[in-house]
Design a protein around this ligand. Structure first.
Ligand SMILES: *Cc1c(COP(=O)(O)O)cnc(C)c1O
Length: 461
């Protein structure tokens, strides 16, 4: 591209973004000003993005935790193209469906743990978590226990941005001023040892955090509690990796009080943790599972709720239709791309590679950062990881409660053409599963330099 045209189009796109576009999760006061403005991403290949000024950027976040196969995969583009020519759209309402829709349902049933043999589709994780709320209440109604309507989740959880999924979530800034959570949604402490574990060992704390769910169940009355929902590893909440004692205890408690266990696998699913699903990493068998993001590597919008035999057989009994669904539920083009995406994930052996090669390499390199004065803890599982920035390692204390250290560090990484995300004061990683070990080195080396710069900035304040 001609240098001048290039500069002009960047200015034009920035200007359009400021004048006409409301970006998600953005502070418009800072973004929509002359000194702010968005970076315009125009192209991508492998683990790299290219912006409109020709900068090459290493994407340590796989977009938003989703581009698991990396960018520029011709096979995915081709399957979308072919399916669009064959049948670009038809719905699954009113006794119809399409071949890719049901073939993907079979594939998901084969991959999913236990007897999670049924898929209900949507176009986003948020939509599918709304489906969970609807379906769980429909289930308990049919099961003759309409009083079971409450949901239990964790603070710091992210389950999406619609009214119901944000109610399941536990992020304060997403709730108070929007009148959320809606009635019937309750939150307990997350298994976040670094911030909440105090003097307990991680394993002791894991048990205690699980038992907080039991206390909440008893407080509400087990006959009123419908389900517990959790991500095996909490992603957007700061990559909170639970102690191994946590999930088996959660499963025991849910079984004891007949509470449905829902695993939100939107990030953990499809290999991120080094197992096909996070539930398998932690040895749990959920009743339902939410899938999205990695299901198509983000190439097209698609999500699913996987449902086990117990629930599906109840839904199939006499007594009224499940009055719920989306125009794009089971969209044939998205499902065709998902089928190709899952075939590539298997053919390229990416789950095993994440568990045995790239995951351990990332962990090894991150462990080298623990001697840095800013680093309080590093944690990782497969290709999802976090580095906690602290003021005082002994006291596990922060620089402030606004996540300033994280933001400064994130900006230094960004300036070095490396994308990592800051969640409060944790720098988080979720690269494409196709990432090379040399690119992992580049991310960690870039982070170390950025940590040095961040420390200088913080000391100067
Ligand atoms: C991203 C995410 C969602 C929401 O998915 P959308 O496709 O953005 O609606 C739900 N749950 C988890 C765990 C997520 O990471």
């Amino acid at each position: 591209m001609n240098e001048n045209i290039n500069r002009n189009s960047t200015a034009r796109w920035r200007d359009l973004d400021i004048r006409h576009h409301l970006n998600p999760f953005s502070d418009y006061k800072t973004l929509k000003s002359e000194e702010g403005g968005s970076r315009i991403i125009v192209r991508a290949e492998g683990a790299h993005l290219y912006d409109s000024e020709g900068q090459k950027i290493l994407d340590g976040m796989a977009g938003l935790w989703c581009v698991n196969l990396g960018y520029g995969r011709e096979e995915l583009a081709r399957s979308a193209y072919e399916q669009m020519l064959e049948l670009p759209y038809y719905n699954s309402f009113f006794k119809t469906t399409t071949p890719p829709t049901v073939e993907l349902a079979e594939k998901l049933a084969e991959l999913a743990p236990g007897d999670l043999n049924y898929a209900f589709y949507g176009s986003s994780g948020s939509e599918s978590n709304d489906t969970v709320v609807r379906m769980v209440r429909f289930y308990w109604n049919k099961a003759g226990k309409p009083g079971k309507r409450n949901f239990i989740s964790r603070t710091h959880a992210y389950h999406g941005s619609t009214m119901a999924s944000a109610s399941l979530g536990g992020m304060k800034p997403m709730q108070q001023i929007y009148g959320l959570p809606l009635e019937g949604f309750h939150h307990v402490v997350p298994p976040y040892w670094y911030d909440f574990g105090g003097e307990l060992s991680p394993e002791e704390f894991g048990l205690q955090a699980a038992q907080a769910i039991e206390e909440k169940i008893l407080e509400l009355g087990p006959e009123t509690v419908a389900a517990f929902i959790g991500e095996p590893i909490m992603g957007a909440g700061g990559v909170l990796i639970p102690p191994d004692s946590y999930w088996p205890e959660v499963q025991r408690i849910c079984n004891k009080y007949d509470i449905l266990l829902v695993a939100d696998e939107v990030i953990c699913g499809f290999g991120r943790t080094g197992e096909m699903f996070g539930s398998q990493r932690y040895g749990i068998t959920p009743d339902m599972m939410t899938l999205a993001k990695g299901i198509t590597s983000g190439y097209l919008p698609l999500s699913a709720v996987m449902v086990n035999e117990r629930i599906a057989s109840k839904l199939r009994e006499e007594g009224g239709e499940f009055a719920h669904g989306y125009t794009y539920s089971g969209h044939p083009v998205s499902c065709a791309v998902a089928l190709t995406n899952l075939a590539l994930l298997e053919n390229e052996d990416l789950v095993r590679r994440t568990r045995e090669e790239t995951g351990p390499h990332l962990r090894g390199r991150l462990n080298e950062l623990v001697d840095h004065p800013l680093v309080g803890e590093v944690r990782s599982e497969g290709l999802i990881a976090a580095v906690e920035l602290v003021r005082d390692k002994q006291a596990r204390s922060r620089w402030d409660d606004k996540g300033t250290a994280g933001q400064i560090c994130r900006d230094h990484c960004f300036a070095r053409n490396i994308i990592l995300r800051a969640v409060r004061d944790a720098m988080v990683f979720s690269p494409p599963l196709t990432i090379e070990t040399s690119q992992i080195d580049e991310l960690v080396d870039g982070l170390r330099v950025s940590l040095d710069r961040t420390l200088e900035d913080l000391a100067r304040r």
